[in-house]
Design a protein around this ligand. Structure first.
Ligand code: ADP
Ligand code: ZN
Ligand code: ZN
Length: 737
């Protein structure tokens, strides 16, 4: 057989493929292979099988091993990653390899955990158990079990005896049973309470419109407040798509913590369709297994976090993105993709619909659903106007001016009274504060020294229970000093409020209350959150104190008061997206109050009670606030009215960063006039983890002009000798500056 040349993608920071000889291996495109690379061997993916190479044949090395027992990656997925790598200016091989489960980056065959299914044969049916020797007890029981149910899974065999699998194999040898390998799907647990509510008018309209559009690309914004029945709409869509057969649906969720609830609901309502989840809380082997079930088409419903947008799905017919505005859909390092944008591209190529669900859509999405006049990129807008359970009412929202009342440990009398009232009524409260730790700064009252992080341009947060100061950006920790390092004074004060301090304060003010804190410090264990939520549901908790971890998706029927503390800094943040994010967050937190038949109340403590954001929040009017924000964005020429990209760079020495960015800046300017290229600047966080940082902002009215510039800029900068001395990356459509 003639040797082929294989062009292979490798996990290296070079945007090219590498040529190898196939040897006598029969290798296909998409196959995983092991190749020699430098002094080591590496896993790669075959991208092309060619007959010639630019490199002399005798210089090429042969592939060491091909994992032919694994299904090759399909062209659709490879093309999607190719597109993403180009669009986000990331080396293709790295983008590809990092999209795979860890097991597929390791040097060992990764075959699906298969299990054997044993079926009774005709001979087995006719066989007489009594003919089997008495002492072969297990063999006898397996045969009679098989005669009873005619098929047995490995799990069922394990229930009979530890050696039952061996006995089943012996029955195969005797001709009494046959065996086949099936992908090991989790057993579907039948759930109680799988009633199907009749849809209300808004839901019906949404379902009908989306179904009418099956088979062509179309993006739909399903816009409705928490509890308006969006998930119910997803379920109906899943039913309709999956019943057609040869179909898979990908459901993206922002957070791992939200998957169990959704999983349970889908399993109970769609018991006939195998479901897998894909997220980073899975073990490596579980992740591989789920991924392979998706790749084989065996799994019909795939619930996953952002990376799962790159899962091969041969029968993909619908993508649903829940809480589409959530910023966790954007990856913030290596390839800085946005899963929603990639989903849009994938759906367009497959000609299938995408459903974006949110109570507070991203402004980009809202723009595309309301302002955008280009028919090809316009989204369909579907509104769910009311809560699905009619008894549930919207909470009342009160903004309390903290400059006009006497605060008690940072709490207004109104909020304290509200908490007392809930305690008396045996109802629950939630206090939301977006800052963990005891207090955000340690201040010297004599000289105003504030404990800084030595590695970041940030302050150290006081964690009183551990007697530590900790940087929330780099993790640096040190003991709380006994005296001020600047002036020697011993009068050091924790200043400002964090979750821990709030918890202490409440314990003092309301000694009878049972309080639980939910933040990243208290929820480090895997099941800690689930345990706390169970206690809340069991009415063992009166007051929950927590960060945004609490804002999302949890449903507490007896929770009637939400207090919001210290969000004012976001109102005046230099980040132009801060108010959009805060509004979404507060809507979400407010949605926690009064879900069932009890009216809820939200108390917001602020110095700016008349701020437009609060006025809109009070009447839960996302639309008018979004329109105000869009007008501002248009005036200021911010996204979505322009397209932006950052060239980020960092190094130990700012001089290097500056040189690098100046070079890039000059080059970018010389390459085009259609893109506005700004002078290099430093971000608000100038130093992070000991690295000095800077960036160049580029902005264009048309996406292609920006893409073209980035391509040229990146390839020329990669070749420059300074490029090896700084860490740098391009961030297309950045969410953070
Ligand atoms: P969302 O996803 O928008 O938060 P859900 O779909 O979870 O809303 O619906 C909120 C609650 O209302 C759920 O308990 C759900 O079972 C119920 N629900 C949804 N649609 C209906 C309906 N048409 N009739 C009655 N109850 C409904
Ligand atoms: Zn001092
Ligand atoms: Zn730090």
């Amino acid at each position: 057989m003639a040797q082929s040349i294989l062009r292979i993608a490798l996990d290296v920071p070079l945007d090219r493929l590498f040529d190898y000889l196939s040897g006598d291996l029969d290798v296909q495109v998409g196959q995983r292979v092991l190749v020699p690379f430098g002094s080591r061997s590496q896993i790669g993916i075959v991208m092309e099988v060619a007959s010639s190479s630019d490199i002399a044949i005798e210089k090429l090395k042969p592939v060491l091993q091909a994992f032919v027992e694994e299904t090759p990656l399909d062209a659709e997925m490879l093309n999607l990653i190719k597109f993403s790598a180009d669009y986000y200016q990331h080396p293709f091989g790295q983008a590809l390899l990092s999209s795979l489960p860890a097991r597929l980056r390791q040097i060992a065959p990764a075959v699906s955990r298969k299990q054997y299914l044993y079926q009774l044969t005709d001979a087995g049916r006719a066989a007489d158990v009594e003919q089997i020797a008495k002492k072969q007890k297990v063999l006898r029981s397996v045969l009679s079990a098989l005669q009873e149910s005619s098929r047995l899974t490995e799990a069922e065999l394990d229930g009979i005896s530890a050696t039952a699998r061996k006995a089943a194999k012996a029955l195969v040898d005797l001709g009494y049973a046959s065996s086949e390998q099936v992908p090991a799907l989790q057993r579907l647990v039948a759930m109680a309470e799988a009633v199907e509510p009749p849809l209300n008018a808004g839901q019906l309209e949404a379902v009908q419109q989306i179904i009418a559009g099956f088979g062509v690309f179309k993006a739909w914004l399903l816009y409705g407040i928490t509890g308006s029945g969006k998930t119910e709409v997803y379920i109906r869509l899943l039913q309709r798509v999956l019943q057609q057969g040869h179909a898979q649906v990908l459901v993206l969720v922002p957070e791992i913590n939200l998957t169990p609830q959704l999983e349970a609901r889908f399993r109970s309502r769609l018991p006939d369709f195998p479901l897998v989840s894909l997220h980073s809380n899975l073990s490596e082997s579980e992740r591989l297994h789920h991924w392979q079930l998706a790749q084989s088409g065996a799994a019909k419903i795939i619930i996953g976090t952002r990376l799962s947008i790159f899962t091969p799905l041969p029968d993909l017919k619908l993508i649903i993105i829940d809480e589409e505005h959530d910023s966790s859909y954007k990856q913030q390092d290596s390839m800085r993709y946005h899963a929603r944008d990639v989903a849009m591209v994938r759906a367009k190529r497959l000609n299938i619909p995408v459903v974006l669900g949110s109570a507070t859509p991203a402004l980009e999405t809202w723009y595309n659903a309301t302002v955008n006049s280009k028919p090809a990129s316009r989204y369909g807008l579907l509104r769910l106007k009311e809560r699905a359970v009619t008894a549930a009412q919207l909470p009342q929202i009160d903004c309390i001016d903290t400059t006009k009342v006497n605060l008690q440990h940072g709490l207004t009398p109104q909020l304290i009274a509200g908490l007392r009232l809930r305690l008396e009524r045996k109802e629950q409260s939630l206090l939301f504060i977006n800052r963990r730790g005891y207090s955000p700064v340690l201040l010297c009252s004599a000289c105003h020294w504030i404990a800084p992080c030595s590695r970041c341009s940030s302050r150290l947060v006081v964690h009183l229970s551990q007697r530590k100061l900790r940087c929330h950006h780099c993790g640096h920790e040190q003991r709380i000093p006994h005296q001020c390092p600047a002036c020697g004074d011993a009068d050091l004060h924790p200043t400002g409020h964090g979750t821990q301090r709030l918890e202490h304060t409440l314990a003092q003010l309301l000694p009878a209350a049972r309080i639980a804190r939910v933040d990243r410090d208290s929820i480090s264990r895997k099941n800690a959150l689930v345990e706390i939520l169970d206690r809340v549901h069991g009415q063992e908790i009166d007051i929950l104190v927590g960060t945004q971890m609490l804002a999302k998706g949890h449903d507490f029927p007896n929770l009637t008061l939400v207090g919001v503390i210290d969000t004012d800094s976001a109102l005046h943040s230099p980040d132009f997206r801060a108010s959009e994010r805060l509004f979404a967050q507060l809507m979400q937190v407010a949605g926690r109050a009064g879900r069932a038949d009890k009216a809820g109340q939200v108390i917001i403590q602020t110095q700016f009670p008349d701020h437009a954001l609060f006025n809109a929040l009070r009447i839960q009017d996302y639309e008018s606030y979004a329109n105000v924000l869009l007008e501002e964005r248009e005036q200021m020429q911010f996204p979505p009215y322009v397209f932006t990209a950052l060239l980020r760079a960092e190094a130990n020495d700012y001089m290097l960063v500056q040189q690098f960015l100046q070079l890039a800046f000059a080059l970018a300017r010389s390459l085009t006039e259609q893109v506005l290229v700004y002078d290099p600047v430093r971000p608000q966080m100038e130093r992070l983890k000991g690295m000095e940082r800077g960036y160049v902002l580029m902005q264009a009215r048309q996406r292609p002009a920006l893409q073209q510039l980035l391509k040229q800029l990146v390839s020329q900068m990669r070749a420059h000798k300074l490029a090896a001395k700084v860490r740098w990356a391009v961030d297309v459509n950045p969410l953070e500056f």
